[in-house]
Design a binder for this molecule. Structure first.
Ligand SMILES: [Zn+2]
Length: 223
């Protein structure tokens, strides 16, 4: 579902999720998008209501009354909106006219996601780097790509790889690196109750497999 009149430098990408079965895809049902957003909100609202009633909450209370609808809308329209390919960011690319041949680093991209095992927040920072293979991407687009994949039930490893693979597909280069450090609320507020631990993940491809390049990227992040 693409907007009409998009300019030619926004390339129609093949959807990573739907088209090809690969290990980094989010496991989706074949009928994942048969229902409209409004139909999904209606169904999820009913189920959240059931959960709350089962927990013993009195939904006639005016503070609780609107919660099922509110949660359903938040799931479909906000925090899990990245499941739907129609929300995938369009990649506006530019020619690398200035022949910039060094690493570009976009660091400290704040994101909020949800752990797919407990459906509680994961939040952290993504750091992305690439070498241009002839095209450059608008910096805000890198941020949007991170947010798109974060807005899914996730594991941090998959989120890291999905961002890396998406940038490779858009920029038509393998020279992409992604580092993520994040806090997992399921670790902080339940189970072991460790509020200080952070989880780090990385994706290094192409030139980023070289130790010197990797170090330069990590130095940027830590500076
Ligand atoms: Zn979890």
């Amino acid at each position: 579902m693409r907007q009409k009149g998009i300019s030619s430098n926004i390339r129609p990408l093949k959807p990573l999720d739907a088209a090809s079965e690969t290990h980094w895809n989010t496991p989706l049902r074949a009928d994942a998008f048969d229902l409209s957003d409004d139909e999904k909100i209606e169904q999820i609202e009913k189920h959240v209501r059931e959960i709350m009633l089962t927990l013993g909450l009195d939904l006639t209370d005016d503070s609780l009354n609107g919660t099922p609808k509110r949660v359903a809308k938040m799931y479909v329209k906000e925090v899990f909106s990245g499941l739907n390919p129609k929300n995938r960011p369009h990649a506006r690319l530019f020619e690398n006219k200035y022949n910039y041949d060094q690493m570009l680093v976009e660091k400290d991209i704040t994101f909020y996601s949800h752990c797919e095992h407990h459906l509680v927040p994961i939040y952290g920072r993504a750091h992305v780097a690439y070498f241009s293979g002839g095209k450059v991407i608008g910096l805000s687009k890198i941020n949007r790509i991170v947010q798109y994949y974060a807005k899914r039930p996730q594991v941090q490893e998959r989120l890291t790889v999905q961002i890396g693979k998406e940038l490779e597909a858009i920029l038509e280069t393998k020279d992409v690196g992604v580092v993520i450090d994040a806090n997992h609320m399921c670790v902080a507020m339940r189970g072991v109750g460790d509020t200080n631990s952070k989880t780090g993940t990385a994706y290094f491809n192409g030139k980023f497999k070289d130790e010197n390049v990797k170090r330069e990227f990590l130095n940027f992040i830590n500076s």
